[in-house]
Design a protein around this ligand. Sequence first.
Ligand SMILES: Cc1ncc(COP(=O)(O)O)c(C=O)c1O
Length: 470
Amino acid sequence: MEPLLFELSHTDKSATSLPRLFGNLSRENLTIPELSEPEVVRHFTRLSQMNFSIDGNFYPLGSCTMKYNPRRNEAAAALPKWSQAHPFQSIQTLQGCLEVLYHLEQYLCFLTGFKGFTFQPMAGAHGEFMGLMLIKRYHESRGESVRNKVIVPDASHGTNPATAAALGWSIITIPTGKTGGVDVEALKKVVGADTAALMLTNPNTLGVFDENILEVTDIVHAAGGQCYYDGANANATVGRCRPADLGFDVAHLNLHKTFSTPHGGGGPGAGPVGVKEHLMPFLPAGRVQKSADGFVLSESTHQGLGRVHPAYGNAGVLLRAYAYSRSLGGPGFRRVSERAVLNANYLRKKLESVFVVPFNRVCQHEFVISLQRERKQFGVRALDVAKRLIDYGIHPPTIYFPLIVSECLMIEPTETESKRTLDHFVDTMLQIRNEMETAPELLHDAPHQTPVGRLDEAKAVKEPVLCACG
Ligand SMILES: Cc1ncc(COP(=O)(O)O)c(C=O)c1O
């Protein structure tokens, strides 16, 4: 049978709006090919195969928790009664959806120790922004608007100081202590009557769980500040310890890391924000509540923040998190974090005799190695190793972050990877170490096996070439 041809030329009325969109394009000079359906399918399949993905390759991208996402969560998120519900439907016709959100909030409260969550923020950074706005409103409500300084460790994720700056607050950076946690003495020196908040990831971006965390949060509270927990690394702790018990007042969770949802490529995400009792009055309206008449949405209060997102938040991500929570249960979450920590420590122990591991102690879900020594010895940089790993079918770890470790590789294997995969990664790293001595040019020019080789990434961003049409 003749394959169906796609008629891609613009013969419809919408063509009249094209010049406005694309400048001087007319029907005559458009050269859109006519293609059969199999050709189109093959084209896009080929393109997708050129891409790196967690489904195709090991992806130990530190700070990103590139975990396997169970297919059942995808199936749940695609259910028409969820995916086709309209946000402006009357809530009487959305009772099942609201029930899911109600229970998801309860699960998150159970896992974190917080009193309530808002689902509005659509990413971790968005959650940070809302969390700091809640803290701001709290200080204002107590007549303490003078509090405008946010303390962040030098190992913090860039979104932390950036969020504080977006709110017009100033940032005080404190150093990392000898064992990889907050330098407590430095913290004591900077807290004061102008402290608005401390923002902290724990475990931090070095993969270190701060053993002084209770003292750290006490110091900030004693000065009248609030403690913000950046929950992006919660895959290491979920089911084992709760940020509220560590002294944090407010937190976001990256559902798109810890609670499944494919992460990467810029979205989609969800960064729900949880708070303790004293911050509850400031949460925005629209939280699901149970009433005698079924599930209803909370009203706005005079103290509450406005919305940062229309409707219910990023609903597909929320349903995946619900399905994930239901399938794991409390003990399942605990197993996830234990396994994530075990896998990271397995890699750390296997690599420590060959590579320098700064802050080399039991790590949590990730750890960093420094290639500063190799740079001096062989002229090989972290970037070169990252690119060479691609040739071996492994996605590069995060590089040059955190900023306090030079020539840094940040490795996060996640909980779902098998010992076989981890061993393959170790063997590959050892092989690459060998190449540094015997054939460093292999690393300088890597990758060799990809459709395009080493890119000048800065130039590509500044002067993108978006088509091959000359
Ligand atoms: C430690 C940490 N905090 C915050 C964020 C920001 O999260 P998002 O990318 O969802 O905005 C990330 C993201 O990778 C992170 O690793």
